[in-house]
Design a protein around this ligand. Structure first.
Ligand code: SF4
Ligand code: SF4
Ligand code: FES
Length: 240
């Protein structure tokens, strides 16, 4: 069923259940996002995509990447409340990751010169969770997760140990918007690759787990490769 909503005074017709973000994109209206990716389930954690909606005469701030468009809804993407909230999100990220180019660029676009929040530690990871969700939802390996809270929050493997479920596909590194996951050559063991997330290094297999003693399921590896290939063909542009 089709419904009509108004976004920034423009009438948009979308399928019932479409998120406000996708409805806006259909109308060519840009809403900034960080944790959203069209190949993954809506997550709603970064709060950058907030918009103001009016429904039944009630004004509300919602995350557009998770909120479904409803018939008769009116959406405003650039109100002063929305802009103030987005600025706060970027300032908090700037305090966490002052050297990150993506966050610096966003801050510049929003006219932010410095963060009003105190910089406790210079991190690279903006905690968008894209790598973790890609590894879980697309690769199916569940090799990494977000652990700890607040400023200590980080992406890591369980117990920060070498992962026996990571297949070394590099997808997490590929999707990371800040480039803080690297697949690097292991200089001590030629042919081996290591994955570098922050201070964590662990080895991944250069032989696609094909040695005869390997207990990794080959069918799983092949299926995962197919999923990644299909994903790459469908979404060749990762810029969100
Ligand atoms: S390289 Fe490992 S951690 Fe990264 S997406 Fe692939 S399986 Fe997951
Ligand atoms: S490592 Fe990269 S993709 Fe993963 S949560 Fe951090 S910024 Fe996002
Ligand atoms: S893009 Fe919507 S909450 Fe992150």
């Amino acid at each position: 069923m089709k419904i009509q909503i108004i976004i920034d005074r423009r009438m948009v017709q979308v399928d019932d259940g479409t998120t406000v973000l996708n409805a806006a994109r259909k109308a060519g209206i840009v809403i900034p996002t960080l944790c959203h990716h069209e190949a993954l389930k809506p997550y709603g954690s970064c709060r950058l995509c907030m918009v103001e909606i009016v429904q039944n005469k009630r004004h509300r701030l919602v995350t557009s990447c998770t909120f479904p468009a409803g018939a008769g809804m009116e959406v405003f993407t650039e109100t002063s409340r929305v802009k103030e909230l987005r600025k706060k999100v970027v300032e908090l990220l700037l305090a966490r990751c002052p050297d990150d180019l993506l966050i610096q660029t966003m801050a510049r676009h929003m006219g932010i010169e410095s963060s009003r929040f105190r910089n406790k530690e210079n991190k690279e990871c903006i905690l968008c969770g894209l790598c973790v969700r890609f590894c879980e939802e697309v690769v199916g390996a569940n090799a990494i997760g977000l652990s700890n809270r607040g400023v200590e929050c980080e992406v890591t493997t369980p117990f920060k140990a070498s992962s026996d479920t990571c297949i070394g596909c590099g997808s997490c590194s590929y999707i990371c918007p800040t480039g803080c996951i690297e697949m690097v050559e292991d200089k001590e063991t030629p042919g081996m690759r290591k994955m570098n997330i922050g201070n964590l290094f662990f080895e991944t297999c250069p032989n696609d787990y094909k040695c005869k003693d390997c207990n990794i399921d080959q069918q799983f590896i092949e299926e995962t490769k197919n999923v990644i290939a299909r994903f790459r063909n469908k979404f060749s542009n990762f810029a969100d």
